[in-house]
Design a binder for this molecule. Structure first.
Ligand SMILES: *[C@@H]1O[C@H](CO)[C@@H](O)[C@H](O)[C@H]1NC(C)=O
Length: 196
């Protein structure tokens, strides 16, 4: 992934909604494909060398939706995340606090469920969740959910909170906000909350 250049071409604000576009070089796509392949091959090999190591330590209900041979949680790199945001094939959830989003802006099309209320949120009914957070509550089997935070630490705690609920396929953007910002990718202003 070293040396990958990403050019941010355009950011358009249309009312409250946001459309944006980025150009990702062919180099980035190539690297991405290679990296994905390597990651999956590596984990499969590792699983072969250390048979059933993971399945032995974890209770059965915690691994019900896991695919053997893949190490969880699965990460996602900047290039793939950016492409998936552009083609609307991802639900990106930022687990930072609202005041942090107000300070830094938010990643385009991201939703916000702060870490302190993460577990409670995912125990809400779909109706309550939608009302409180303004987007459809992901189903445990969904494979299009990505978590992000500031530095990549809080997403691990968020994953810990919902993985036992069966959300095995949630992916983590370990680079998170710091990586996004370092690449000068678009950030969308968040209005100051009226609450004290
Ligand atoms: C969206 O982009 C991702 C990453 O490049 C790709 O794998 C996926 O097939 C695309 N989905 C659609 C619906 O175009």
């Amino acid at each position: 992934m070293v040396g990958v250049k990403l050019a941010v071409v355009l950011v358009v604000l249309v009312g409250g909604d946001v459309s944006f576009s980025m150009t990702i070089g062919n180099d980035a796509r190539g690297d991405l494909a290679r990296e994905d392949k390597v990651a999956f091959e590596d984990t499969t090999e590792a699983a072969g060398e250390i048979p059933a190591a993971t399945t032995e330590v974890l209770p059965a209900e915690d691994i019900s939706c896991r695919i053997p041979g893949i190490t969880y949680p699965i990460g996602i790199e900047f290039e793939e995340l950016a492409e998936r945001l552009l083609n609307n094939s991802v639900v990106l959830i930022d687990v930072r606090n609202r005041w942090e989003l107000e300070e830094t802006g938010k990643l385009p099309r991201s939703q916000n469920v702060p870490l302190p209320e993460f577990k409670t949120a995912f125990n809400l009914s779909p109706e309550e969740f939608l009302k409180k957070y303004g987007f459809v509550k992901p189903e445990p089997e969904d494979d299009n959910v990505v978590l992000t935070c500031r530095s990549g630490r809080r997403i691990l705690r968020a994953w810990d909170a919902i993985e036992p609920l069966g959300y095995c396929k949630v992916r983590l953007y370990f680079g998170s906000y710091l990586d996004w910002k370092a690449r000068s990718a678009p950030l969308i202003p968040v209005p100051k909350s009226l609450e004290p």
